[in-house]
Design a protein around this ligand. Structure first.
Ligand code: PPS
Length: 568
């Protein structure tokens, strides 16, 4: 069953939810179907397909649509559409045309059934060039491509139930719900602002100006397509937005969340964002040149301009607002009198201030938002961190880690956990050997435990050999998501390690009794990204550890944290 809703803005809304009877049929048939567990990105796309946020799409794109969209931003029926909405899967053996595929969330809950129309291997690199042009080789695009599975499976969707969200339920609204709400409020002109982070005074002023210029009410629409349920930043940002919403005159602004995942696709992405807002019942889409979204360069602006006539929503380009201290107010850059003193606080400045516990200036943001941010993004001196030692057997990793443990406990303030190579192998990885596969698994486990400790404000000291660079990098990114990470390369040369040979293992390895022994018969890839490189050959452990302590102090991870509750 497909219901159609017509609203003053946005045109016809597709609704792909199946009828109650059909849901029952599909649920029982799904037991026999192959299943696909959706990634967060795919789940967000599915949510927008099912609730009509991606109208007029009725499923994941087929080959002809996808290729034409990449080439010329058009579906095969001529409808303007800027980016593929596709489902990538690792293999397609069971996905012949006519087959059904059960689409499930990460827990296995059945969300929808896809009737397969085709499955093929798209030319991802060519598509990237068509979509991203000169940005196709940008590291973020390359990373996205690497994560994309080789097969694309297309077909119509029948929705069983929308993805479940337990956070900020009152802020989540489908296109149909928002359209109804706007109608009930008597709002006919609604300007949407696409948000990916909190709004400070400059962004609030910009939205206020846009609303006045356009004589429109505002939809503050926060994209949560890739937010993780366990990310404290997600909650903090939304609470900040709730504070920001209150700064607008009553009955002029509504805050809502939308499951829209970012695509790193510049102008085309902005156009997709506009279409999604059109479907949510908005008449205008606010586009700012900078700094809210850094990705929109001049060439992108031209793409947006060319597409204007194709959209059912008007694009309102707004200039960013800058704080002018002489007048204690905000102005668009090109209206600021020559010589006037201006202030800008970039995202990097903000992160820097928070990490050192410095107060946020009153012109930049309100005390409520400043307090929210400093509580949730504590200064480094109150964040968790991991010191990850890597080096050959008998290089001194465990000795340094043990001395550092004592020093950090003396300093106090945070719990410290030591994950030593040998100890981990006894308790966490007792079944593992020393093949590359097993070593990687061992390091991934250590990284996981350390990331949990770090995320929760503790200190983890890890001291495995960790011979492979790729795995160390994986661990670093896991840990940095929730706190600090210091890689210490204990670069004691092999002859010195071998001379120490504390467990007699080098001798056994030379005699061929132990196989795959790091430094003798197994590789060690020295890191190029170590924060510190320490050779323990001619220095005492105390001296080496002092260097680490001083480094941590310099980086702000140990030391007195500045008071956080006062803001100018
Ligand atoms: S790894 O590669 O990071 O998973 O290794 P790790 O968990 O740190 O374990 C290293 C300790 O195990 C002992 N051992 C070996 N090391 C390397 N290669 C082989 N084949 C091997 N067999 C046993 C060795 O004592 C290591 O201890 P450390 O403390 O590094 O000297």
């Amino acid at each position: 069953m497909t219901a159609r809703l017509v609203a003053p803005h946005g045109g016809t809304l597709v609704d792909l939810m199946a009828s109650e009877k059909r849901v029952a049929e599909l649920r029982s048939a799904a037991r026999e179907m192959p299943s696909h567990s959706l990634t967060p990105r795919q789940q967000s796309d599915l949510e927008l397909l099912m609730n009509g946020g991606f109208s007029p799409l009725r499923g994941f794109m087929g080959r002809a649509d996808r290729e034409r969209v990449c080439r010329e931003m058009r579906l095969t029926d001529g409808t303007f559409w800027p980016l593929p909405v596709a489902l990538d899967v690792p293999e397609a053996a069971s996905l012949a045309p006519g087959a059904s595929l059960a689409l499930r969330d990460a827990e296995g809950v059945l969300l929808a059934v896809l009737s397969v129309s085709e499955a093929w291997r798209p030319d991802l690199e060519r598509e990237a060039e068509q979509i991203h042009g000169s940005y196709a080789k940008h590291p973020e695009i390359v990373r996205l491509l690497k994560r994309t599975q080789p097969w694309s499976v297309a077909g119509a969707i029948e929705g069983i139930e929308p993805p479940r969200h337990y956070d900020f339920v009152e802020l989540r609204a489908t296109p149909a719900e928002l359209r109804r709400r706007f109608a009930a409020l008597g709002w006919r002109r609604i300007a949407a602002l696409h948000l990916e982070r909190e709004m400070h005074r400059a962004e609030q002023e910009l939205a206020l100006h846009a609303g006045r210029d356009l004589e429109a009410s505002l939809l503050l629409h926060f994209a949560v397509g890739l937010s993780k349920a366990e990310d404290v930043g997600h909650y903090a940002r939304i609470r900040c937005l709730q504070h920001a919403e209150k700064t607008f005159p009553r009955h002029t602004a509504v805050l809502a969340l939308v499951a829209l995942a970012s695509r790193a696709a510049g102008a085309r992405e902005r156009l997709l964002q506009a279409i999604v807002r059109q479907n949510h019942g908005c008449s205008h889409f606010i586009l700012t040149d900078a700094p809210i979204e850094a990705g929109v360069a001049a060439e992108d602006a031209a793409v947006v301009d060319r597409a204007r006539g194709e959209l059912g929503i008007e694009i309102a380009r707004m200039r960013p607002m800058i704080y002018v201290s002489d007048t204690d107010g905000f102005m668009p850059e090109d209206e600021i009198p020559k010589g006037a003193a201006t202030h800008v606080l970039t995202e990097a400045d903000l992160a820097e201030r928070l990490s050192w516990g410095k107060p946020l200036p009153g012109w930049f943001t309100s005390p409520e938002i400043a307090r929210e941010l400093s509580r949730n993004f504590p200064p480094r001196a109150r964040q968790g961190f991991t010191v990850f030692f890597t080096g050959l057997p008998s290089s001194g990793k465990s000795t340094l880690a043990n001395v550092l443990l004592v020093k950090l406990l003396e300093i106090g303030g945070r719990p410290v956990t030591l994950l030593d190579g040998d100890v981990v192998r006894k308790h966490l990885s007792s079944e593992l050997g020393f093949s590359r596969e097993h070593r990687d698994l061992n390091i991934r486990r250590i990284g996981f435990v350390a990331s949990e400790i770090t995320k929760n404000g503790g200190i983890a000291l890890c001291a495995p050999i960790a011979p492979y660079d790729a795995m160390r990098k994986e661990v670093r990114s896991m840990i940095e998501a929730g706190g600090g990470f210091l890689l210490v390369h204990v670069a004691t040369p092999v002859p010195v390690c071998e001379q120490r040979d504390r467990k007699g293992l080098y001798a056994k390895a030379r005699a061929g009794i132990i196989k795959e022994f790091t430094g003798v018969s197994d590789p060690y890839e020295p890191p190029a990204d170590a924060g510190l490189v320490i050779d323990t050959s001619e220095r005492s452990p105390e001296e080496c550890v002092q260097e680490i302590v001083l480094h941590l102090e310099k980086e702000g991870y140990i030391g007195a944290a500045a008071p956080v509750e006062e803001h100018a």
